[in-house]
Design a protein around this ligand. Structure first.
Ligand code: NAD
Ligand code: 0WE
Length: 261
């Protein structure tokens, strides 16, 4: 039981396919008490059965595009949890028109602003609000993607936003280290979630991934969840400011071994 007695707030759970759902399952299994935030009431009907399954009775609306919504959500959380031990940020968004076509042609000032606001600044905003409520030894965690450091088709401005999110992880770690609060990121391999479902040729990307990755396959939300549980546990007490890859080794291989033989 990696997380026995720990209270952890999880954001970004849209449905059972969400990476945040895999994280919630693993953390529940490891003995954590959980609370969920959701973007808007439309997502509540998918969230409720998952919450019931994992004995979660703290469900709070939090739209990270609004300072007021973030502020209200922590006021609400404080009624049940004056102090807590962990926060998972599993939120990313860019307008759909930014994620299809040639980067230079499709990227706009407004698209850039939204991608960075929702996908990176929101992590700083949540950390800022959570700080006075975090226990000694608490951990923050976010989800990033390889597009932060290498290019691929269509990921476009999200790659820039993830680069910002990864730097955000390091600066938050530096800032909160004196309070013994750790901050880390998991860089997950591609997974067919709601956020991936609208993406052109996503199935082809999953196939490509499997053929290059040392493990010869993609990863599951459960595998990301297991790494998340570890990083938020006291077993990871010496780890902060890190990007941990949960991608079946994809980022470590420049060429697949099989195809040149
Ligand atoms: P998902 O669609 O299940 O989750 C994305 C979440 O972001 C949703 O719950 C949505 O409600 C939330 N969100 C978007 N805008 C918001 C706002 N304004 N306020 C509050 N919440 C908002 O998809 P996912 O793949 O589980 O994505 C979770 C995280 O994992 C994202 O940061 C994503 O970039 C990252 N990630 C995904 C993959 C992948 O291949 N699926 C790979 C690596 C990293
Ligand atoms: O970070 C992500 C998801 C990013 C994402 C996806 C969408 C689709 C729907 C952000 N915003 C939106 N906005 C929408 O309107 N991933 C790592 C998954 C992903 O998304 C891609 C990918 C991969 C991988 C988009 C293009 C190319 C590859």
């Amino acid at each position: 039981m990696l997380l026995k007695g720990k209270k952890i707030l999880i954001s970004g759970l849209a449905n059972k396919y969400s990476i945040a759902a895999g994280i919630a399952h693993a953390m529940h299994r490891e003995g954590a008490e959980l609370a969920f935030t959701y973007q808007n009431e439309r997502l509540l009907k998918n969230l409720k059965p998952i919450a019931e399954d994992l004995n979660v009775d703290i469900l709070i609306e939090s739209d990270v595009s609004s300072d007021e919504s973030i502020e209200n959500s922590f006021k609400e959380l404080k009624k049940s949890w004056p102090k807590f031990d962990g926060l998972v940020h599993s939120i990313g968004f860019a307008p759909a028109d930014q994620l299809e076509g040639d980067f230079v042609d499709v990227t706009t000032r407004e698209g850039f602003k939204i991608a960075h606001d929702i996908s990176s600044y929101s992590f700083t905003a949540l950390a800022k609000s959570a700080k006075p409520m975090l226990n000694d030894g608490a951990a923050l965690l976010t989800l990033t993607y390889l597009g932060a450091i290498q290019t691929l088709p269509n990921y476009n401005v999200m790659g820039l936003a993830k680069a910002s999110l990864e730097a955000n992880t390091r600066f938050l770690a530096a800032s909160l280290g004196k309070d013994n609060i750790r901050v880390n990121a998991i860089s997950a391999g591609p997974i067919k979630t709601l956020a991936a479902s609208g993406v052109k040729n996503f199935r082809k990307m999953l196939t490509q991934h499997s053929s290059r990755a040392p493990l010869g396959r993609t990863v599951t939300t459960e595998e990301v969840g297991n790494a998340a549980a570890f990083l938020c546990s006291d077993y990871a007490s010496g780890i902060t400011g890190e990007i941990t890859y949960v991608d079946a080794g994809f980022n470590t291989a420049a060429m697949p071994l099989n195809e040149i033989e």
